[in-house]
Design a protein around this ligand. Structure first.
Ligand code: ATP
Ligand code: MG
Length: 397
């Protein structure tokens, strides 16, 4: 069993773009597995085949492959000739030694030139497994599925598939700039967009030195987790405390949250344009907090001139938390920290900001100058996966 066979369902739907998507996927798989003991990556008939050069490579290969977008599922696999006897021999040789409660054969004849129909191959191979091991056949709820994939000139067999991340390969859907707080929602929003093929540039607003450095440390941790999926990330750290302080001087308390958000959007848009990102992304969920009413969302959106995507807008908290656990950001997000937007804001902000009122209030602010100043003081950090040892020391911290 010195291969991995991976499937990429959704890609198959992409018509004329399919070769391009596939090349991208192969490139991403190679990059994700860099440094591991693997050989060729091939694309036999609707699948990916990765050659493992050592048994030891499998654990790390499977962990990394599970995060590559575009991979629907994968399995450690063996390769054999197009001969039912040889298939059976190979399967019996490689089957795990431990007892299994039940099994079923699942043969896919992807190459119809192979003359024997799948059910007949299943019966023949199933009979051999029962004869050799005495395992029980269960077609509905088997403990193990023994898969065989019949392709031109070769067949692969495996003993159970692992679920992949699904979605589309990173880099097939442009770039977006994600407003990343240290909370639960925005990392999930980033991941949802990444899963559709977009590369996410991260933008975080912090209130250091007015508040602690915790939020920056959290977003670095989050950036590291997200980078395991997209492999290269830039995190922009924008100092926001001074700007907030100036806002408190001229903006009534009840409007501050909306004005903060509009300033964030303006600054993030500039960063997005420079990074060639075509949209902003936030973790807004309708009705969750005061700034996330329809009225306020509309007023905040009006400060941008590129689209703002909110992939979580209609989700329940439980669904978002399930995603956060799956992708690996939940434990980081729940570490307590001081949210920059509670700085200098009242407990009960306006839930229905009117655009006229906000624009009027903003007239007393030097908006353009505040944006420029924040941009000038923004620090950029780079994250890569796999981590290149020398890069750790060189990074601009
Ligand atoms: P999250 O869990 O993502 O923090 P939230 O439920 O706390 O979201 P808000 O604090 O209103 O809601 O933030 C809404 C969205 O605004 C966030 O999801 C994020 O995209 C953006 N945002 C808020 N604060 C910041 C920040 N300090 N830096 C960058 N983006 C932010
Ligand atoms: Mg938050």
């Amino acid at each position: 069993m010195n291969r991995v066979i991976a499937h990429y369902q959704e890609l198959a739907l992409k018509g004329k773009n399919r070769p391009w998507f596939l090349r991208r996927l192969v490139r991403n798989v190679r990059a994700a597995l860099a440094g591991l003991d693997i050989g060729d990556v091939r694309t036999p008939m609707g699948r990916l085949e990765i050659v493992l050069r050592s048994d030891a490579a499998w654990n790390e290969v499977s962990e990394r492959l599970a995060r590559v977008f575009g991979v629907a599922n994968f399995a450690m696999a063996g390769r054999t000739t197009l001969d039912v006897q040889a298939m059976g021999d190979a399967i019996l040789r490689d089957l795990p030694t431990e007892q299994v409660a039940s099994f079923r054969m699942a043969v896919r004849r992807a190459d119809k030139r192979f003359p024997i129909p799948s059910p007949d191959v299943e019966r023949a191979l199933g009979t051999r497994v029962v004869g050799a091991r005495g395992w029980k056949v269960d077609l509905d709820r088997p403990a193990m599925v023994i898969g065989v994939e019949i392709l031109p000139g070769e067949a692969f067999y495996h003993f159970g598939k692992i679920r992949g991340s699904g979605g589309l390969p990173t880099g097939t859907a442009g770039r977006v700039a994600v407003l990343l707080s240290g909370g639960i929602d925005s990392p999930v929003a980033a991941w949802r967009m990444m899963r559709r093929g977009s590369v996410a540039t991260l933008v975080h607003f912090h209130s250091y030195p007015f508040l602690s450095r915790t939020s920056q440390e959290k977003v670095r941790e989050l950036a590291r987790v997200l980078t395991r999926y997209q492999l290269h990330t830039r995190l922009h750290l924008v100092p926001f405390g001074e700007l907030q302080r100036e806002i408190t001087v001229s903006i009534p308390g009840s409007l501050r949250v909306v004005v903060y958000r509009r300033m964030m959007v303006r600054i993030a848009e500039r960063i997005a344009r420079r990074a060639h990102a075509q949209a902003l992304v936030t973790g807004d969920v309708i009705g969750q907090v005061a700034s996330q009413t329809l009225e306020n969302i509309a007023v905040i959106e009006a400060a941008a001139s590129i689209p703002i995507f909110r992939p979580l807008i209609g989700m329940d908290k439980e669904e978002i938390i399930a995603d956060a656990r799956r992708l690996g950001t939940y434990a980081i997000s729940i570490v307590p920290d001081e949210d920059c937007c509670t700085l200098f804001t009242p407990r009960h902000p306006a839930t229905q900001a009117r655009s006229g009122e906000i624009e009027e209030a903003e007239r007393s602010l030097a908006v353009a100058e505040l944006v420029e100043r924040a941009l000038a003081e923004t620090a950029v950090e780079r994250f890569d996966f796999p981590v290149v040892p020398s890069a750790i020391a060189v990074g601009p911290h």
